[in-house]
Design a protein around this ligand. Structure first.
Ligand SMILES: C[S@@+](CC[C@H](N)C(=O)[O-])C[C@H]1O[C@@H](n2cnc3c(N)ncnc32)[C@H](O)[C@@H]1O
Ligand code: SF4
Ligand code: SF4
Length: 466
């Protein structure tokens, strides 16, 4: 590390975070704990690849006939891309301020995202764990309030979060997913989301739902939140609330779903595959009763090498390979009953992983997907033992692309399957610009691209909500 980088670090007080963050103000802790004073349903747009809904032909035509202004926008983008730095997306409506932050940018359309896919493999995603503080006691998670020592609790400051978002944006990150710990326990989450949205990012949130009051939802919506993932651990109220140590949280989630729907913000249930679920077919009616119309599954984790603590050596998630393989079969079958976001191709790759067979898709962790922690260390993923760099040093040169298949973390492996097609198309375009026609052809025409495209189709309804 050179001296100038050191001085940036020091000026950020990264090494010595402000004291009030180590010892959060009392009223904040009280508010976090005070969630228990609580003040339906989505249309099921089930997408089934094998049994397409009636409006499939119309939808396909929509895809084939992009909006009229798309061609114009594409031309502008292609011209701008030629002059821009690698991984520095340029979009109409964006302007740069003197300090190089990006102000007043517009949220990208589906067509802009598709074109960016052709040029650079598509937008990147970063999971930003803004705090390690949590108000819950989940049996399978080491962030739990009863497991995490008080002196190990850390959070980013608002200024650090804003600077991090701007650096990520300049390096091609579009989807910024706020996680924790419990991200809603951070007193400046609204401002972080408002800032990320104002510079043109698509902010998302993963939460246990316990702090989602109508007032907070309005604030998050006004700030520009795009989409929310709410965790559910079981197919019954009592089991879920007992595992979380959050009595009454299911009522709060039900109310929150109604309120998010009013504000046109999509929500998805996130269910960790654990022994709290005896029968996966009981999940759809329960999730519907809470107001969800889609679910994504977290593949069970008993260990992680990075600073992230969303794992535990708990019997709840400690499966044999055979047990887990069988549960993945159940997930595939569940797709007949309820929209499951995890692509079938990814589930099947996880099954290959369990059988010790070569996998079809390499992971894009470190290339298109990243993890940033509360110390502002940027990792390629939740499972990498060493950070790529501190966020203030990130300039894309640290990115890694090695087709890793070391682990089974759904958020990296699922996204990699869906983004594979974008990366292949852009690889082909780049080969073509170097006159390597045969190589371009190989990138474009191969079986994995078809499988990836099918995974995108499979999730078309869900992706369109983003
Ligand atoms: C660590 S939490 C952070 C966000 C928020 N506190 C929440 O619970 O949604 C993110 C996700 O990780 C999941 N998770 C926690 N422990 C896990 C484990 N051992 N294996 C797989 N997923 C886990 C949670 O259920 C949650 O959906
Ligand atoms: S899963 Fe989320 S809510 Fe539960 S302990 Fe972990 S961080 Fe907290
Ligand atoms: S496969 Fe696992 S360890 Fe490898 S880059 Fe992806 S998330 Fe990280």
């Amino acid at each position: 590390m050179n001296p100038s980088q050191n001085s940036i670090k020091e000026s950020l007080s990264f090494v010595h975070p402000p004291r009030n963050w180590m010892n959060p103000p009392r009223n904040w802790i009280n508010e976090s704990w005070n969630w228990m004073n609580p003040p339906q349903n989505w249309i099921n747009e089930s997408w089934n690849w094998m049994n397409p809904p009636r409006n499939w032909i119309n939808e396909s035509l929509n895809w084939m006939n992009p909006p009229r202004n798309w061609i114009n926008e594409s031309l502008i983008l292609v011209n701008k891309h030629k002059n821009s730095a690698p991984h520095s997306p340029t979009f109409p409506g964006k302007s740069m301020s003197k300090n190089n932050s990006v102000l007043g940018a517009k949220r990208r359309s589906l067509w802009q995202l598709a074109l960016e896919g052709v040029l650079d493999g598509g937008p990147s995603t970063c999971q930003f764990a803004i705090t390690s503080v949590c108000n819950a006691r989940c049996g399978f998670c080491n962030f739990a309030v009863d497991k995490m020592p008080i002196d190990e609790r850390h959070s980013v400051t608002l200024e650090q979060a804003k600077q991090a978002a701007e650096i990520l944006y300049r390096n091609g990150v579009y989807f910024l997913i706020y996680v924790g710990g419990e991200p809603m326990a951070h007193p400046h989450l609204n401002e972080m989301i408002a800032h990320a949205s104002s510079i043109g990012m698509a902010p998302m949130l993963v939460t246990n739902g316990s702090l989602l009051t109508p007032k907070r939802i309005d604030e998050l919506a006004d700030a520009g939140l795009m989409s929310v993932i709410i965790s559910i651990d079981a197919a019954e109220v009592e089991k879920h609330e007992q595992n979380r140590g959050l009595k009454g949280v299911c009522d709060r989630i039900r109310d929150a779903n109604i309120h998010f729907q009013r504000r046109h913000i999509s929500t998805t249930a996130s269910v960790t595959m654990s022994r709290l679920i005896d029968d996966y077919h009981q999940l759809p009616p329960f999730l519907k009763s809470l107001g969800f119309d889609s679910v994504t599954f977290s593949y069970p984790l008993t260990t992680l090498a990075s600073s992230y603590l969303g794992y535990a050596e708990s019997n709840l998630v400690d499966y044999t390979a055979e047990e887990l393989h069988e549960r993945f079969d159940t997930l595939k079958a569940l797709k007949q009953d309820f929209p499951v976001v995890n692509p079938t191709a990814s589930i099947e790759d996880m099954q290959r992983h369990l059988r010790g067979e070569p996998e079809q898709f390499g992971c894009l962790g470190g290339w298109k997907l990243f993890y940033l922690d509360w110390h502002l260390n940027l990792y390629r993923c939740h499972n990498w033992d060493k950070p790529m760099c501190h966020i203030t040093e990130f300039d894309s040169s640290q990115r890694v692309r090695d087709g890793c298949t070391a682990c089974m973390i759904d958020c990296y492996r699922d996204s990699s399957v869906m983004q594979h097609i974008g990366v292949s198309v852009s690889d082909g375009v780049q080969a073509l610009t170097k006159g390597k026609l045969k190589q371009a052809w190989k990138y474009w025409f191969n079986h994995n691209n078809l499988v990836s495209l099918k995974a995108v189709w499979e999730q078309a309804t869900w992706l369109r909500r983003l």
